[in-house]
Design a protein around this ligand. Structure first.
Ligand code: ZN
Length: 113
């Protein structure tokens, strides 16, 4: 049976599985990818050069802050879910920390609940 090349879920465990020539991707992994791009774009919009920021109105900046904050909250929730699942499977903090690119201490502090 086909499975997602990113998370390993089988076709019958996903709502949709798009098959490519050598890799497949499920609806959940597509959502993660889309959100990642949204966050990146929002961060680029909200953290442009100081010059560009100086030329942006209070209203626009406030709306960017709000949008970015919501995206980050969504990402954090998603990340907590993924890390919680890994921990339930017995995956150790060193592996989680390595995938986050932070120290084990930071990973524990941020994500142990
Ligand atoms: Zn997937």
């Amino acid at each position: 049976m086909l499975c997602c090349s990113f998370c390993g879920r089988k076709a019958d465990q996903t709502k949709a599985l798009l098959a490519g020539p050598e890799v497949n991707i499920c609806d959940d992994c597509i959502s993660v990818g889309v959100r990642t791009i949204e966050v990146r774009d929002a961060l680029e919009t909200v953290s442009p050069t100081d010059e560009a920021l100086a030329g942006t109105s209070d209203e626009v900046l406030l709306s960017h802050v709000s949008a970015t904050s919501q995206l980050i909250e969504g990402e954090t929730k998603l990340l907590r879910g993924q890390i919680g699942e890994l921990r339930r499977r017995g995956v150790g903090w060193p592996a989680v920390a390595a995938s986050l690119g932070v120290t084990e201490q930071d990973a524990r502090r941020r994500f142990s609940s």
